[in-house]
Design a protein. Structure first.
Length: 268
């Protein structure tokens, strides 16, 4: 529309930006940069066999779960937000969903062949604990499909994380940080791709709908200019990676495992 979106009432405590209706009007059902197009790319790269068991952590309203099922996988979704899970009215009743947190997955060890976590790992209180859980529920050799926010300027992370906002941007990862976290959890990165262009496109949509980024951040109940300054200092980007669960853990941020070199591409 021609009129910028108005702000909903601010939430108490830490604002959960991903639950704001205005955000969902801009991003659509997926509530992340790249939408299902990036999910499709990740799935094509993973080349999972039909019938593979897949868990989508941070599934929100279930758009990715539905897509995984349509692609021939046995998909299950999990999200901590009852509000978002209630929005899956238009999805098939045969799809399976659970309410829960990534740090404490209600599934058996080795239950899944693949696990996707799209722009949600950064939201978790215990990232290392969540990655350990991801590894636990994946079978040996299982595939991790991970996309999230990238801090182009890691020096800006301290100020961003002091903001009372629960969103991927303010809790972005540096590339070395996510590589180290994954290695410690027992994953080898097999593919890395910069998808910052998807974030740029989403930013343009937000400005179009809200009138400015300051107005968008103001909808969280915070000082829009202050938040915008802290976020800009991060030089935020967006990444997609695939990981493989190792049979044994290696430490130190390795991004290779025997016989498979990391593929590193950039959309820039």
């Amino acid at each position: 529309s021609d009129e910028p979106i108005s702000c909903e009432a601010a939430m108490s405590d830490s604002c959960r930006v991903y639950e704001l209706e205005g955000v969902q009007r801009v991003t659509g059902e997926t509530i992340r940069p790249g939408g299902l197009a990036l999910t499709q790319r990740a799935l094509a790269l993973a080349n999972l066999p039909a019938g593979a068991r897949a868990l989508d952590v941070g599934c929100g309203a279930g758009a990715t779960v539905a897509y995984l099922a349509e692609s021939g996988l046995r998909a299950v979704g999990l999200d901590p937000s009852a509000k978002l899970l209630r929005q899956r009215d238009n999805l098939s009743p045969q799809l399976a969903f659970s309410q829960g947190r990534g740090e404490n997955l209600p599934f058996a060890a080795g239950q899944f062949d693949a696990l996707s976590a799209e722009c949600c790992l950064s939201l978790m209180d215990d990232v290392a604990g969540a990655l350990a859980e991801f590894a636990r529920v994946l079978r040996p050799g299982g595939t991790l499909l991970l996309s999230d926010m990238l801090a182009g300027n890691p020096a800006g992370l301290t100020a961003a994380r002091r903001l009372p906002l629960s969103c991927c941007v303010t809790r972005a990862f540096s590339r070395s940080q996510i590589a180290s976290l994954l290695a410690d959890a027992g994953f080898a990165i097999t593919f890395w791709e910069d998808n910052s262009e998807a974030l740029k496109q989403l930013t343009v949509q937000i400005i179009w709908e809200y009138g400015s980024l300051a107005n968008f951040w103001r909808c969280s109940g915070e000082d829009g200019a202050e938040v915008g300054t802290a976020v800009a200092a991060l030089k935020p980007g967006y990444f997609l990676l695939l990981g493989r669960k190792r049979d044994t853990k290696l430490h130190g941020g390795d991004t290779e495992h025997a016989g498979t070199a990391i593929r590193n591409t950039s959309s820039a």
